[in-house]
Design a protein around this ligand. Structure first.
Ligand code: NAD
Length: 379
């Protein structure tokens, strides 16, 4: 059976919009995928952003207003990748028009926006998911499966982290991600929070309370014309969460860490879960291995496993090869489009709107905790 064509329109032709166009160009890396996506349209008010897509042969629509794509019935799927202050209007319009879409995180600038977006999605027939690609690293998938298998026994501690140093250079000019008005009061949690929330929430680790330490480290940044503007978003966030006891597990502590200024880190996502009987840890910093903890013959043993190049959707590249960021994005799209087509089966799915909403509940409690100085319950 030949793969069914899926026509994609991109709203926001910046960093992430380009990544999608590029990965569609290497879709042949996937073996026997049921669909063949092609980017046919881009909407961006910035002509230079649109012009980048002129080298993508399948793109025939270049719009300066996203409404043209939302109204275009020849488009099957939208990818919405715009600054956070624009999520609410755009995502609600797309859902209300019944458009299937993959929306970038954080899925609304704050909790109230996320609630309105998720209400619109749930009252529509649109197939909607949220972008979060890091769990598609083979080592991350193995860590998820091991934690989900029950092999950890009673869970003691979980730590989910995204640490990079994109902002360690004080002379880096400001942009929309450094302003509360466009990035959101949640700051770095809006940029990186969904990445640390996805795997824990999929495992059912939903916090009931949060104690937060939020840091605004670089408080002004230069502008392109040589001036200086306030940089009023949180750079780093350390959330100490309590996951309550349930029928199947004891309560335990969980750290979510998101850092734009983590000296020594380039762009590392990591997940670690430790229990009385077993444990697992994986970091994209050392993507070819994951560590598993067991108790064996009276010893406490950490063993190293090589997950190979085996992620969710089979690839033509051999299983011994090495995997990277662009592969994780390809796998996330393979998962989204297969699930939309009804072909994902028990495979790992892209983050859901409900998971995005739960992540916002944690971030809202974190902002309240920062001002009260106390642990705060989730709203
Ligand atoms: N999944 C990931 O790993 C990842 C990484 C980076 C950013 N993101 C998310 O992707 C989204 C976009 O971030 P980015 O880094 O691509 O930003 P970016 O600044 O590189 O690109 C955003 C684009 O949106 C365009 N835009 C602005 N207003 C618009 C409008 N009204 N209609 C259409 N386009 C408009 C801008 O001109 C720009 O080209 C954000 O939600 C961000 O959190 C996700």
């Amino acid at each position: 059976m030949s793969p069914r064509p899926v026509r994609i329109g991109i709203v926001g032709g910046g960093l992430m919009g380009r990544e999608l166009a590029a990965l569609c160009g290497r879709w042949l890396h996937l073996a026997h995928h049921p669909v063949k996506p092609e980017v046919v349209a881009v909407a961006d008010p910035n002509p230079a952003a649109r012009d980048w897509f002129r080298s993508v042969p399948t793109v025939t629509t270049f719009a300066d207003d996203w409404r043209q794509l939302v109204d275009d019935d020849s488009i099957d799927v939208l990818y919405l990748a715009v600054p956070h202050n624009l999520h609410e209007e755009l995502y609600i319009a797309a859902a209300s028009a019944g458009r299937d879409f993959l929306g970038e995180k954080p899925f609304g600038i704050d909790l109230a926006a996320a609630e309105r977006i998720v209400a619109a999605v749930e009252s529509s027939d649109a197939f909607v998911r949220v972008s979060s690609e890091m769990p598609f690293f083979p080592g991350a998938m193995r860590a998820f499966s091991y934690a989900a298998s029950g092999a950890l026994g009673d869970i003691i501690d979980v730590r989910s982290q995204f640490a990079h140093s994109s902002d360690i250079d004080r002379t880096k000019p400001s942009n929309w991600k450094r302003r509360s008005e466009t990035c959101g009061e949640i700051g770095v949690m809006g940029d990186l929070g969904m990445h640390v929330a996805h795997v824990p929430l999929r495992l059912g680790y939903l916090p009931s309370s949060v104690y937060a330490l939020l840091d605004d480290i670089v408080t002004t940044r230069p502008t392109a014309d040589g001036g200086s503007v306030p940089c009023d978003t949180w750079d780093n966030a350390l959330l100490a969460c309590r996951v309550p006891a349930s029928d199947s597990s004891r309560g335990f502590s969980m750290l979510w860490e998101t850092r734009r200024i983590a000296p020594g880190q380039m762009n590392s996502w990591s997940f670690e879960a430790l229990g009385m009987d077993g444990g697992v840890r994986f970091s994209t910093r050392n993507p070819t291995t994951l560590d598993r903890f067991t108790r064996r013959d009276g010893e406490q043993v950490w063993e190293q496993v090589q997950p190979g190049n085996i992620s969710g959707w089979p690839m033509i590249s051999g299983g011994i090869f090495e995997f990277g960021f662009a592969d994780a994005l390809l796998q996330m799209w393979a998962s989204y489009l297969a699930e939309r087509e009804g072909f994902l089966g028990a495979g790992f799915g892209t983050a859901t709107p409900r998971e995005a909403l739960d992540s916002h509940r944690v971030f809202a409690a974190a902002v309240r905790s920062q001002s009260s100085g106390r642990a705060e319950q989730l709203p």
